[in-house]
Ligand binder design. Structure first.
Ligand code: HEM
Length: 448
């Protein structure tokens, strides 16, 4: 076996300060100085960073059974997400995944195109000429509204505000915890713990109310109407059992939390990059206008809007919302020829992979043509993995791609979101990769 390079670091703390202070810098340095796989010295933990397509594929697919989710994230998320797909492991994860996956295939999510287009249309109407838009806040609002309606139909309308605030509070708690070294138990009465517990109680009340309503109205079996209907109706083929209310609650929370912030970040970065690349923005607007002539896109329009999808994919290459994926080895593993001992943590550097110059020429450059179909097909497996891969690949990937394509195409034909100065906004790695500072763009209306 090749000898594993060890990344340079401080005498006692190793790379820990850098991991906390400049995580993206560390991910890039790991590949630049160490190559495909490096050991990262930090106190009390064996930590590795992998940055190659074959390592990503091996860890996430072939060797997936020797790894589990990164412990810290799972532990912090559990009060909100319970035993939903993100935190579940082993047989329970497999069962839940089998129950839920059929409802989120590319074909199935097509039914939500209309909801996405309608919310995108409301947003473009609000962007009157001269309005300054806080892009991240708007995209978060948009993705929450879409998540809420696709999840609950109209049952949640009355609770939209309270649920939105509570999800925001819960997500902030998890984000803060992941960035900290020590996390005190949630039962300790610190103000942020109380806020978190209140948020979970609010969400529980809303979600259980809606579930009870549906079950008592006998509308269990209304799959097709919304994602909750699909969860309530899902049945295990082998034993015919479905999900309990608690399981449905956990999966609802999980889909909400996993789905809205990631997609909001991907859209925010897309609009930011479009501001910095007016030529790309023009081409996107031309495509959208030629196909749609001003009306919101439908499911049938999507094949005719390839450039909108390419823009979204390329934005997720440059700024992948899930910039790394963490795994812990539950037994000794060999990943693409590298030994990873039991108990060690392996970080798959999606950010680093997407910026490898041998995979993506001139990787800092935003160029949606990289995702023209023939060029995308030529990429090696594991080179572009914004949704990870293998048995735990993002279950919402078709949903997210469709949402991105619809929102970008529809906004592009009506508004140009720009700044005069095109300030550089840096990415901030929390649970997801978000903008470190405000992305404020001013709306100009397009003619027609
Ligand atoms: C641009 C948007 C999105 C990105 C970049 C993204 C990325 C990811 C990634 C990388 C994972 C794997 C994490 C790991 O294995 O450690 C994941 C898992 C997951 N995602 Fe997404 N996601 C997005 C949108 C969504 C949406 C819209 C939904 C829900 C409708 C969703 C639901 C989930 C769930 C439930 C999991 C856990 C799957 C499992 O472990 O079986 N995601 N996502």
């Amino acid at each position: 076996m090749p000898e594993m390079p060890v990344l340079s670091g401080l005498p006692v703390l190793g790379c820990l300060p850098e991991l906390r202070r400049d995580r993206l810098g560390l991910l890039l340095r790991a590949y630049r100085e160490g190559g495909d796989m490096v050991r990262v010295p930090i106190p009390g933990r064996r930590l590795y960073i992998g940055t190659s397509p074959s390592i990503a594929t091996a860890a996430l697919r072939q060797e997936a059974s020797r790894f589990m989710k990164f412990f810290a994230l799972a532990k912090l998320s559990r009060p909100v997400l319970g035993d939903g797909l993100i935190t579940a492991e082993g047989a329970h994860h497999r069962r839940q995944r089998k129950l839920i996956a059929p409802g989120l295939t590319r074909r199935e999510v097509g039914r939500y195109a209309e909801v996405m287009a309608r919310h995108a249309d409301e947003l473009q109407r609000r962007c009157t000429a001269g309005t300054t838009v806080d892009v991240h806040a708007e995209m978060t609002r948009l993705t929450l509204a879409i998540a809420s309606e696709t999840m609950f139909g109209t049952s949640a309308e009355a609770h939209a505000r309270a649920a939105g605030d509570a999800i925001h509070a819960a997500t902030s708690y998890i984000a803060r915890g992941v960035g900290s070294l020590v996390n005190l138990p949630l039962s300790w009465p610190l103000p942020r713990h109380l806020r978190m517990r209140r948020a979970v109680a609010t969400l529980d009340r809303i979600v259980y109310d809606i579930i009870r309503d549906r079950r008592s109205a006998g509308r269990n079996g209304a799959p097709g109407s919304d994602i909750l209907g699909m969860l309530l109706a899902a049945q295990d083929e082998e034993d015919g059992t479905g999900m309990t209310d608690d399981q449905v609650r956990d999966e609802v929370m999980t889909l909400f939390v996993a789905g809205h912030e990631t997609t909001a970040n991907a859209l925010t970065w897309s609009l930011y990059l479009l501001d910095h690349h007016p030529d790309v923005a023009e081409r996107l607007a031309e495509e959208a206008t030629a196909v749609l002539g001003g009306r919101p896109p439908t499911l049938e329009d999507l094949p005719a809007l390839p450039y909108a999808l390419q823009v979204f994919k390329e934005a997720m290459r440059v700024f992948p919302p899930a910039y790394m994926v963490g795994r812990e080895a539950t037994e000794d593993a060999v990943v693409d020829g590298w030994e990873i001992p039991k108990g060690a943590t392996l970080l798959l550097s999606i950010y680093g992979l997407h910026r490898r110059p041998d995979l993506f020429e001139d990787p800092e450059r935003f160029d949606p043509d990289r995702f023209a179909p023939e060029r995308e097909q030529a990429l090696p497996r594991g080179a572009y993995v914004p949704f990870a891969d293998g048995p735990r690949v993002c279950i919402g990937n078709h949903f997210a791609l469709m949402e991105g394509q619809i929102v970008l195409a529809h906004l592009a034909q009506h508004v140009r979101l720009r700044t005069r100065t095109q300030p550089v906004v840096r990415p901030q790695p929390r649970v997801t990769l978000r903008p470190a500072t405000l992305v404020a763009l001013t709306a100009e209306r397009r003619a027609g």
